[in-house]
Design a binder for this molecule. Structure first.
Ligand code: NAI
Length: 258
């Protein structure tokens, strides 16, 4: 059955591969991104987030069956928490009423293996409290003290914890909407290519994200999991952070987490 699927970050990388897969499966795909696609919206701003929802409503008549929240950045900058946590939460919360009107509605957000790395509790706590001003201030403080790398891991930890809190509530499980996260390991996309092209940074990435199964991934390897989690076949999986990481989480956290 053809479904209406909205994918953010659809112009590049994992979002682009997922949009292409969903289209090949026969679904109607609405792509959203900064400059490209059916919806152009900057998810780092309140205006862009509102525009995403308003335009999605116009394009669909208020009914969506699947949402894949993929848009993200990895800058050592407060922008990263704005897009990766607040932009994703606004996407999911804002489109939830449209999902509730859909058929077999499902939603997924792209987290990251980085969420198991050290984070900054001040950023994570503010993000989970929904306080964007405080989260941005904490991110700025982390950057200023030379720990800008914590902004990305914190943004992904926060959004992963948010889905676990939200998934079992009346808004999501109560409305019959599975809500999950997929946490990829290293995927070769425009986001990671500059790092992987630098031998020193590549060695650092390989140490911090060991991927014994098949090594670094292509976006097309992550897309089927996102497509399945948002398909009608998924009737039981919700509130999960599913690692698609070639074994990195198993190496890094071992049997401390199971
Ligand atoms: P990418 O850079 O190829 O694609 C990201 C897309 O998000 C781009 O099209 C970009 O324009 C869009 N975007 C960025 N800021 C936006 C904004 N403010 N508003 C709307 N759209 C915006 O990156 P990639 O690798 O495909 O990343 C997709 C997601 O996967 C991100 O959330 C990223 O954090 C996550 N991820 C990526 C990994 C990797 O190794 N590439 C690993 C783990 C997670």
């Amino acid at each position: 059955m053809s479904r209406i699927c909205l994918v953010t970050g659809a112009a590049s990388g994992i979002g682009k591969a997922t949009a292409a897969l969903l289209a090949r499966q026969g679904h109607t795909v609405i792509g959203a991104d900064l400059q490209d696609g059916d919806i152009r919206a900057d998810l780092s701003t309140a205006e862009g987030r509102a525009a995403l929802v308003a335009r999605a409503r116009e394009l669909t008549g208020g009914r969506i069956d699947a949402v894949v929240s993929c848009a993200g950045v990895a800058h050592f900058d407060p922008l990263t928490v704005k897009v990766n946590h607040f932009g994703a939460v606004a996407t999911l919360d804002g489109l939830r009423p449209l999902l509730a009107a859909g058929t077999d509605p499902r939603a997924v957000v792209v987290g990251s293996i980085d969420s198991v790395h050290p984070t900054d509790p001040a950023i994570v706590d503010a993000a989970l409290a929904g306080d964007e001003t405080a989260a941005v201030a904490a991110a700025r403080t982390a950057v200023d003290r030379g720990e800008g790398h914590l902004v990305y891991s914190s943004s992904k930890a926060a959004v992963s914890r948010w889905i676990r809190r939200a998934a079992a509530t009346d808004d999501w499980a109560g409305a019959g909407i599975p809500l999950n996260a997929v946490a990829p390991g290293v995927v070769v996309t425009p986001l990671t290519r500059p790092l992987l092209d630098d031998p020193g940074m590549r060695a650092l990435v390989e140490r911090s994200v060991p991927m014994p199964l098949h090594g670094h991934a292509r976006p097309e390897q992550v897309a089927p999991l996102l497509a399945w989690l948002t398909s009608p076949e998924n009737t039981l999986v919700t509130g999960q952070v599913v690692f698609a990481d070639g074994g990195a989480d198993a190496v890094l956290r071992g049997d401390s987490t199971w």
